[in-house]
Design a protein around this ligand. Structure first.
Ligand SMILES: NC(=O)c1ccc[n+]([C@@H]2O[C@H](COP(=O)([O-])OP(=O)(O)OC[C@H]3O[C@@H](n4cnc5c(N)ncnc54)[C@H](O)[C@@H]3O)[C@@H](O)[C@H]2O)c1
Length: 384
């Protein structure tokens, strides 16, 4: 392709603005040219508001519109779709059919039938595509990916995150006008977010897939919040316990909570292989592995088995995923993309499968059946 990639973006909320910041930088570098921005609300399209998030943003030559068809008329090469996952209305299919390369934020939909339709349209059109799993570009996660590929057999990942219910970010969709929470924090609401394993846990699940391969089955149990404890639409469960089984035999355990009045969070992330363990934190990745003669004459000192595999927070993965997406389009190199839509379907099915398993009393749900079997049709369908 000659010249910068012509990019459009729909959904100028929390995530769309983060992507716009990256795209604005990529525009300064000559890699992309912004041509259209769409949002459902005029207020989110005001240049002054956008500048509060994207320093120095100028709207010259960029159409700001509430009309999706008008965005398509600008004939962009690519479209970023950054809208809440329950409000899709055929835009991804329409854009794929119009030949646009697609960046679709996670979770691509709360409904598997709708996501399967998107997947079919994207594959059919042969456009380049990615789901918004930027964490595969975090240096810490790349280091683990490489470490496991050096002949280590993964056994298990364990992720715990206890976040305060009130810690959710404020959102930009005016949910109060569309039957959602008055405070706009739709991530705490079941109908809008698909619950926390789908909304947030999907990032971890997708990372585990980056390291371990596809998920085969899932079992889950949640502790649901009773109506009497629901404030301002925040009706997501108190706690989530989910166990994911990978095709190669590894497992992933995810323990999440969103409690009110705690106002403190706690996280822990471990990855285990047959003869070692990695701990992932904000400060980097530490591995615990013994490399000396085996068996040692006496237990080795801790220093001998502790290695810093990666130091620091892993870089700006949101910028990295866009840089690579633009490069893949410009150079016609789909192999640069780490989360093509079709690949991401397994991540989406796994987390939706966790919700289904919880609903079925903790039954083991096989993803192949969840995606295809008639017995799961009702769980795939979008409510009308
Ligand atoms: N990858 C990540 O780390 C990450 C982080 C945050 C959010 N997300 C995902 O990004 C998506 C958007 O979330 P958000 O946090 O930006 O929400 P948000 O509510 O802050 O923003 C959504 C925006 O989409 C707009 N919108 C809704 N329907 C639209 C339509 N039909 N046409 C045009 N605009 C429309 C809203 O007006 C709003 O401005 C969600 O799927 C969310 O899960 C991903």
């Amino acid at each position: 392709m000659k010249g910068p990639v012509r990019v459009s973006l729909m959904g100028l909320g929390q995530r769309g603005l983060q992507h716009l910041k990256s795209l604005w930088t990529l525009q300064q570098q000559g890699a992309v040219r912004l041509v259209a921005l769409a949002d459902a609300f005029e207020a989110n399209l005001e240049t002054g508001k956008i500048r509060d998030y994207v320093e120095g943003f100028e709207s010259d030559g960029v159409l700001h519109t509430t009309d999706f068809e008008a965005l398509l008329e600008q004939e962009p090469d690519a479209l970023y779709v950054c809208i809440p996952p329950n409000v899709h209305s055929g835009e991804v299919v329409r854009a794929a059919e119009a030949g646009l390369h697609l960046f679709v934020e996670k979770p691509m939909s709360l409904y598997l039938d709708e996501a399967l339709e998107m997947e079919a349209a994207i594959s059919g059109a042969g456009v380049l595509n990615t789901a918004g799993f930027q964490q595969r570009f975090d240096g810490r996660h790349e280091a683990i990916h490489r470490h496991l590929r050096e002949g280590r057999r993964p056994l298990m990942a364990c992720y715990t995150y206890h976040g305060p219910l009130e810690g959710h970010n404020v959102k930009h969709h005016q949910t109060e006008l569309h039957g959602g929470p008055a405070n706009r924090v739709w991530t705490a609401n079941r109908a809008w977010s698909g619950m926390t394993v789908v909304e947030g846990g999907i990032h971890l699940l997708d990372l585990w897939r980056y390291w371990f391969g596809d998920v085969e089955w899932v079992q889950a149990h949640y502790q649901h919040r009773p109506e009497a404890d629901v404030h301002d639409g925040a009706d997501n469960p108190y706690t989530y316990s989910a166990l994911f089984g990978f095709v190669g035999g590894a497992t992933g355990t995810m323990t999440l909570s969103r409690l009110r009045k705690v106002y403190a969070d706690h996280g822990d992330h471990q990855v285990l292989w047959t003869e070692g363990r990695a701990e992932i934190g904000w400060e980097g990745v530490t591995t615990y592995e013994y490399h000396g003669p085996y068996p040692p004459s006496q237990p080795p000192p801790q220093d001998n088995v502790t290695t810093t595999l990666y130091e620091g927070r892993g870089g700006d993965d949101t910028f990295a995923i866009s840089k690579v997406f633009a490069q893949a389009i410009a150079e016609g190199r789909p192999e640069l993309i780490r989360s093509p839509f079709s690949d991401a379907m397994n991540s989406l099915a796994a987390v939706i499968g966790a919700n289904v398993s919880d609903d079925l009393g903790g039954e083991r749900v096989y993803l192949e059946q969840l995606l295809r079997a008639e017995s799961f049709a009702a769980y795939r369908r979008k409510p009308s």
